[in-house]
Design a protein around this ligand. Structure first.
Ligand SMILES: Cc1cc2nc3c(=O)[nH]c(=O)nc-3n(C[C@H](O)[C@H](O)[C@H](O)COP(=O)(O)O)c2cc1C
Length: 193
């Protein structure tokens, strides 16, 4: 499969970057064609401007400022997110990717007032997330990122397809062992993706 991997960690030496590199390596070893999209490294501009908002519904003109990202999304047969959780959401650069690239005509269309997916070409979805919070604190906060992955993105792509959700919680108290264990879990999941 052609797998689009979206990544949003600004630090090269971080554990988040190690998870990203492991994801790419394991997917490639499994024989997938990987499109590695490191949003910070690519200097992706996440701000949806006044111009973008005014043109938001005008497909295909709305795709002009992010044409290459739209093409990459259209080529994807699977999608993997590798990101830390900030303020119980995605880092702004990844949130902005969805705002600016998942446009009307690209990810969905309004047909007689109803949303129809245009992402049925994506057959699999996975997320590799790290949280500072414990599972309980994340649960108590409603765990918005988990809902975004398992409900929102899944519904937008195809509600009938399974989702692989992998999370290392409690990064504030992580150990070399817990990090190694999670890296191994990601390796196995991506090799079997
Ligand atoms: C700006 C910022 C906001 C954060 N907000 C949250 C949060 O709301 N919930 C949470 O569980 N962790 C939060 N964290 C902790 C990160 O999720 C954690 O540092 C990260 O997953 C660890 O990975 P890293 O060391 O590779 O950055 C936040 C961290 C930063 C830098």
């Amino acid at each position: 499969m052609r797998v689009l991997v979206l990544h949003s960690h600004p630090v090269e030496e971080s554990y988040g970057k190690a998870l990203y590199k492991q994801t790419l390596e394991s997917l490639r070893e499994a024989g997938h064609e990987v499109d590695a999209c490191d949003l910070y490294a690519e200097n992706f501009d996440p701000v949806l401007s006044r111009h973008d908002r005014l043109a938001y519904h005008d497909y295909p003109g709305n795709t002009a400022p992010v044409k290459s990202y739209v093409e990459r999304l259209k080529q994807a047969e699977a999608l993997v997110l590798v990101t830390p959780i900030w303020n119980f959401g995605f880092p702004a650069i990844l949130k902005g990717y969805f705002d600016r690239v998942w446009l009307p005509g690209v990810s969905f269309e309004l047909v007689d007032g109803k949303v129809e997916s245009r992402l049925r070409h994506i057959r699999k979805l996975a997320a590799v997330l790290t949280y500072g919070a414990t599972p309980f604190r994340a649960f108590a906060a409603g765990n918005p990122p988990k809902k975004i992955v398992k409900r929102v993105l899944r519904a937008q792509i195809n509600p009938l397809r399974p989702v692989t959700f992998l999370a290392h919680y409690d990064m504030n108290n992580c150990t070399p062992e817990s990090r190694a264990r999670f890296l191994e879990k990601v390796k196995t999941a991506m090799e079997q993706f």
